[in-house]
Design a protein around this ligand. Structure first.
Ligand code: PLP
Length: 389
């Protein structure tokens, strides 16, 4: 039969239909350990009882009503995210790209209101910020831009962790610096603590806004609620999505009060953003993370997984690096990893890559020690099978 879905994804030959916790089941009834988590989305795993209950209740009350009305769940979620992050106000949308679009707009409007000609956003090479025209232009990877010109002006790229290069690029047209504290799609590359601190200092000196894209790292993934907490550096604008809704689409852009005043009625909006259903999902994610002490679990299981991966590296010369934070870990190989992903899948473990040569691990935040050990066993068996073939 003709496939009517646009082929924008090179899909794995697998149809997942249900799941429970860290396990997903395909349409043939076969079970897999799911260390993809919908690309860092399903932080509570599949079908968490608290999520099922909260969503069913909210669906029975109201799914959507428009931002023309007050939405109590949205208000509560904004309060909670601001309390957790130290920022002052939140705008809700439906995805990571939209959250970054909002951040770019807010940064530009902030300077427009001041009467300053600062419009340029500086980002890092290898970064990933989304697929809309602004966010793919912000992205520091040429492959996502091919064929989409003319691209919007106002973006520059610098190598990550090179403060001299950043200082040489900053000028009186710079509006903001946009970074991921740990690049996910670009290969699991950490921004060094000292670098983030130096960026904050540079922004404090010049007034340039510091934007952090925590679409992938936010909501517990790195072992803190937000990746920036590892360094103590607080951004002026923070973007979230993926894990925020635990599988229900929602994005957020948080800003400090000084910057947020640039967005008044009519400056930005979203029909669906922050509707009762998605905010209920996000509130449930935050509640379960706290109640089940999942940040501690991320740190513990992240350390266990990392140790196991390091052990595999010590025995395998094709592995060049084990890196990342919490439960966003990458294993860099000398060669492409597509074959390993396929072999792991046939052995019952779902993994993904971050670029052609990096295996990426994104188990749910509530993964158990037994599941980590099982994944490590499947991985080393799969690597050994491929080497023996
Ligand atoms: N920013 C980062 C850091 C991401 O990892 C992603 C998605 O992978 C995005 C933005 C885009 O998010 P979305 O696909 O929800 O638009």
């Amino acid at each position: 039969m003709h496939n009517h879905v646009m082929p924008t994804y090179a899909r794995f030959p697998l149809t997942l239909v249900s799941g429970k916790g860290s396990r997903a089941t395909d349409d043939q009834g076969r079970e897999y350990l799911d260390f993809v988590s919908g690309i860092a989305v399903n932080g509570l795993g599949h079908a968490h009882p608290a999520m099922v209950k909260a969503l069913c209740e909210q669906a029975g009350a109201m799914l959507h009503c428009s931002n023309l009305f007050h939405i109590p769940a949205q208000q509560q979620l904004a309060d909670r995210l601001c309390q957790l992050s130290g920022l002052d106000t939140a705008f809700f949308c439906n995805s990571g790209a939209e959250a970054n679009e909002a951040a770019i707009k807010l940064a530009r409007k902030f300077w427009f209101d001041k009467g300053a000609a600062r419009r340029t956003i500086i980002t890092a090479t290898q970064s990933f910020h989304g697929r809309t025209l602004q966010t793919l232009t912000a992205t520091g990877q040429d492959k996502v831009k091919i064929g989409f010109d003319p691209l919007p002006p106002g973006f520059e790229h610098v190598p990550l962790n090179d403060i001299a290069a950043l200082k040489a690029t900053v000028n009186d047209e710079t509006a903001a610096i946009l970074l991921e504290p740990l690049q996910g799609e670009g290969g699991v590359n950490e921004a060094a603590d000292d670098y983030l601190k130096a960026v904050r200092a540079l922004c404090d000196e010049t007034g340039i806004l510091m934007l952090l894209d925590e679409v992938q790292t936010g909501i517990g993934r790195t072992g803190e609620m937000f990746g920036f907490e590892h360094t103590g550096v607080v951004p002026d604008i923070l973007t979230l999505a993926k894990g925020l809704g635990g599988g229900v689409p929602i994005g957020a852009m948080l800003a400090n009060a000084n910057v947020a005043t640039a967005f008044g009625p009519g400056t930005h909006g979203s029909t669906f953003g922050g509707n009762p259903l998605s905010c209920t999902a996000a509130l449930t994610v935050l509640e379960v993370i706290k109640k089940e002490d999942l940040l501690a679990n991320v740190r513990e299981q992240g350390a266990r997984l990392r140790k196991g991966l390091q052990h595999l590296k010590d025995r395998n010369q094709r592995i060049v690096d084990v890196r990342g934070q919490g439960l966003l870990l990458g294993v860099a190989f000398e060669t492409e990893v597509a074959g390993i992903i396929e072999q792991c899948r046939s052995n019952g473990l779902l993994l993904l890559s971050a670029g052609p040569k990096v295996l990426r691990f994104l188990p749910p935040l509530n993964v158990t020690a037994e599941e980590i050990d099982e994944a490590l066993t499947i991985l080393s068996r799969s690597v050994a099978q491929l080497e023996a073939a």
